[in-house]
Design a protein around this ligand. Structure first.
Ligand SMILES: [Fe+2]
Length: 137
């Protein structure tokens, strides 16, 4: 069973970013599944690294598109990205330094609700400013 699924009500109206959101959801699901089935910690650690890397890539793509479109909500939106990036990097750092128990269901649920709320609340706002823009594809 997946932790979360993409559905049309998460669409931001920009194909590239819908695809990137789907990929993020897949990585989060994979991380959840690995936790649930008690996969080796090396495997879990590498999926966590993937999540951190892909989150950075995706946020950078969104930020570039918002800047190029002269989107007025850019600063506020970027601040939310930065806060999440920092939070996930902290989890990664603790995990790498041996605090394996840091990856909990609470962390997974936090990621899930953050992503859903962010897509529905923030990302959807850039849809009209960005329609037609493709960055880093
Ligand atoms: Fe965003």
């Amino acid at each position: 069973m997946s932790l979360m699924e993409w559905s049309d009500n998460l669409s931001v109206g920009v194909d590239q970013f819908d695809d990137e959101h789907k990929k993020l959801i897949n990585i989060i699901n994979e991380l959840f599944e690995s936790m649930r089935t008690g996969r080796a910690q090396d495997a879990l650690g590498s999926i966590l690294n993937q999540l951190v890397d892909y989150t950075k890539t995706h946020f950078a793509n969104e930020e570039r598109a918002m800047q190029e479109a002269g989107y007025s909500g850019y600063e506020a939106h970027k601040a939310k990205h930065d806060a999440l990036t920092q939070r996930v990097a902290e989890v990664q750092k603790k995990y790498q330094s041996g605090a394996k128990a840091i990856l909990t269901i609470e962390v997974m649920n936090f990621l899930k609700s953050w992503l859903v709320e962010h897509i529905q609340g923030e990302d959807k706002k850039y849809a009209s400013a960005l329609s037609g823009t493709q960055v880093g594809a």
